[in-house]
Design a binder for this molecule. Structure first.
Ligand SMILES: Cc1ncc(COP(=O)(O)O)c(C=O)c1O
Length: 249
């Protein structure tokens, strides 16, 4: 995918890649590592291609609750109840360690999903399910909304500073808590070959931990690194100060 596509699939690419053994399309919106969502019209076109081919459209919407832009903040289920929506208590509800999530599936897929669940994990733990009930208390939602606003504030503070350092973020994330930065120029200035070597250099020379692009695939990922803004604002400020010191000639 490309920056012009918001690093998301397009209907043309789905059509071109469809083969004899293809059964469906899985995408994440907002995505990890880019924090960008698919445009609703493009998702509709993809779903049309998939439906015409007799496949299933699955959308990982785990970051939907951490959306910062109304244009992209809607579930794919608004499009069609034949879409499979994947979600979890890990992100918006901050319950990552509790291993609890959910799927919304069309009725026709229910028997197959039940067979998978029974053979893979039987059920989510009772304790986690009771804990999750507390997420829907008004007091909890107030806290989650405060944290969502904080994620957006971190994005708005952090990304312009990355760009000023020579780490451009080609598509402003509309959700989640990541910055997918083009690090080619920065790596060149530090005298390292690619994003893999750069992550080591940042760790060793600035004690800043970032994720190399290649953890997420092959397409141009040697030129990209992923920053996470899930850390506190104080940590992000410290990280920028260290990167500034490193980048100074
Ligand atoms: C897009 C996406 N889907 C799923 C997951 C995993 O979620 P869970 O904690 O529910 O296993 C992650 C975690 O980083 C993610 O980024």
């Amino acid at each position: 995918t490309t920056a012009a596509e918001r690093f998301q699939l397009s209907a043309d690419k789905v059509e071109a890649a469809w083969g004899e053994r293809t059964r469906g399309v899985l995408l994440a919106s907002p995505s990890n590592p880019t924090g960008t969502s698919i445009a609703p019209d493009e998702l509709r076109r993809i779903h049309e291609v998939v439906t015409r081919r007799g496949g299933v459209t699955l959308v990982d919407e785990i970051y939907l609750g951490l959306s910062h832009d109304e244009r992209y903040g809607q579930s794919a289920l608004a499009l069609d109840d034949q879409v499979v929506s994947i979600n979890s208590f890990s992100k918006y509800f901050h319950m990552t360690g509790w291993r609890l999530g959910w799927l919304v599936v069309p009725d026709a897929l229910l028997p197959a999903v039940e067979r998978l669940a029974q053979n893979l994990f039987i059920c989510a733990s009772t304790v986690a399910q009771y804990a999750a009930l507390a997420c829907f208390e008004t007091e909890s939602i107030t806290e989650y909304e405060r944290r969502r606003a904080e994620f957006k504030a971190r994005r708005d503070w952090f990304i312009p500073r990355l760009e000023a350092l020579g780490l451009p973020v080609p598509v402003m994330p509309d959700g989640a808590f990541y910055a997918w930065a083009d690090c080619r120029e920065f790596a060149r200035r530090l005298g390292v070959a690619d994003s893999w070597d750069l992550t080591y250099a940042l760790m060793e020379r600035a004690h800043v931990a970032v994720t190399p692009g290649r953890d997420f695939g092959h397409a141009e990922t040697a030129g990209f690194i992923r920053f996470s803004t899930a850390s506190s604002m104080a940590h992000l400020q410290e990280a920028i100060a260290r990167l500034e010191a490193l980048a100074r000639p």
